[in-house]
Design a protein around this ligand. Structure first.
Ligand code: ADP
Ligand code: ASP
Ligand code: MG
Length: 457
């Protein structure tokens, strides 16, 4: 069994859906389970509709939802129309879902506020529609697809908007729902991104979470491979939108891929790797627009080189929090008190550097800085630097060769750094710079590490 997951751009319009179905058909012998994202841009539209409802802007809500509805009808029109009863039945399902969204959005507009639970219910519609549409389109093309409701398969906790799977329950549900279909030679098709709590409320797994769904389902049924089909040739030495000359990485280890995803390489959802690692299932990143390309294989061992840089990721919207106190000199328990504040406010820290009397950390800018500063003030003097970004060079044993650091420092001449950190694991060498310098810094570091002959690798 394999998991085949298609991202939003891979199912963005009728031609792409048809292409994706061909990909599935060619892999029929490997007992695939298909996981699809919402059509490109639809989740953004749904989030925007929730916001518009909160502002009681009914006109905008109606126009966004009408657009979402039309996009699905257009794709169905192209792919399913030859068989009128299929088309009619799809349109009926589409209208039922659209009616449901309108009811929820009306409720939001009436209250003038949106709960995370209601927001998930609205955001989940994108994958519900795309998966039904994909299954119908498969049947039209004589590929035996069978729609499966992801809420029947992925059981999660109730952290709406960022839910995590309850793996034991998910395993039982996935095996009960999916295996009988596979035995009957049917190809289950389900939406990514969505789950439900034990008591039946719809949840979502975080933006970009369809990759995570693919890995969860793969782990739950013991798949032999999880394929993430996207719009680039694989994991690359940098986001090709930032560096057009970025190169494809043929093999990479789970830890490197996870680190890259965490530090902003959107090509994989940061949590994707965890369920795969737990069962050592290989993850392959492939390009729907270039099926011949071998893509990137993510496994426990990665490639044969035991050290050297593999890629650069850029994480924007970061703040640096600098905490200074003379009490820190030689005192014990000081760091524990500082970090207790972060723990209490549920703020996760990415990078840390320390000196005799000060500690600097990076956190996501989205947090309430006033509250954090208020809580930290009794312990230390606090300074917050907004508008920063982290450039993370990821690889294995980066400390083994001083050349990597030397090249990075050399490349960064003339660009001010607000933090620099090289973890003892040697997995990631990170630099924090002002957002305005991000592009220039990424280009310089990429060139120094990947575009000149690299003896460091
Ligand atoms: P999907 O809709 O298929 O889930 P995403 O947009 O979430 O696709 O992820 C694919 C995008 O990730 C690519 O178009 C690319 O711009 C971006 N990306 C960021 N970092 C990397 C990287 N290191 N390698 C490849 N792609 C990357
Ligand atoms: N549709 C969801 C999003 O846009 C999940 C995904 O595409 O992976 O965030
Ligand atoms: Mg994605």
């Amino acid at each position: 069994m394999i998991i085949i997951k298609f991202g939003g751009t891979s199912v963005g319009d009728a031609d792409r859906v048809a292409n994706a179905i061909d990909i599935v058909a060619e892999r029929q012998g490997r007992q695939p389970i298909v996981v699809v994202s919402a059509l490109a841009g639809v989740t953004n539209d749904l989030v925007a509709a929730s916001e518009a409802a909160r502002e009681s802007d009914i006109e905008r809500v109606n126009s966004i939802i009408a657009k979402v509805r039309q996009r699905h009808e257009d794709v169905a029109m192209r792919l399913v129309q030859q068989k009128y009863d299929f088309f009619e039945s799809f349109i009926k399902q589409l209208d039922r879902q659209i009616e449901q969204i309108h009811t929820i959005l009306k409720g939001i507009a009436l209250l003038g506020e949106i709960t995370p639970r209601a927001k998930d219910k609205v955001s989940a519609i994108g994958e519900k529609l795309s998966s039904v549409l994909f299954a119908y389109s498969m049947m039209m093309r004589a590929v035996p697809g069978e729609h499966v409701d992801s809420e029947e398969v992925v059981i999660t906790d109730d952290r709406f908007g960022e839910a995590s799977p309850l793996m034991e329950e998910t395993r039982t549900a996935a095996q009960r729902v999916l295996l009988p279909l596979i035995e009957r030679k049917l190809i289950p098709v389900m939406g990514g991104f969505i789950g439900r709590t034990r008591d039946g409320a719809t949840t979502t797994l975080g933006r970009g979470g369809s990759d995570y769904s693919a890995a969860i389902v793969g782990a739950a049924i013991g798949a032999e491979e999880i394929q993430i089909w996207t719009d680039v040739d694989g994991m690359m030495t940098c986001d090709p939108r930032l560096i057009p000359g970025a190169r494809v990485i043929d093999r990479i280890s789970y830890v490197e891929a996870a680190e890259l995803a965490w530090f902003g390489a959107k090509v994989l959802h940061p949590k994707t790797i965890a369920p795969a690692v737990a069962q050592k299932i290989p993850v392959r990143v492939l390009n729907t627009h270039n099926v011949a390309s071998p893509g990137t294989l993510v496994t426990e061992q990665g490639d044969d080189r035991d050290h050297g840089p593999r890629a650069i990721a850029l994480k924007r919207n970061i703040s640096v929090v600098q905490m200074t106190s003379s009490q820190m000199l030689g005192a014990h328990g000081f760091l524990a008190r500082l970090f207790a504040v972060f723990e209490e406010l549920e703020i996760s820290v990415d990078l840390i550097t320390t000196s005799e009397v000060s500690v600097s950390v990076t956190i996501d800018e989205k947090h309430d800085m006033d509250e954090l500063v208020e809580e930290l003030r009794p312990i230390a003097e606090v300074e917050v630097l907004d508008g920063q970004c982290i450039i993370a060079v990821v690889g294995r044993h980066l400390m083994k060769d001083a050349e990597v650091g030397a090249r990075v420092f050399h490349a960064m001449r003339g660009i001010e750094m607000s933090m620099f950190s090289l973890g003892t694991s040697g997995l990631n060498l990170s630099i924090v710079v002002d957002d305005a310098d991000a592009d220039r810094a990424v280009r310089a570091v990429h060139q120094a590490l990947f575009e000149v002959p690299v003896e460091v690798a």
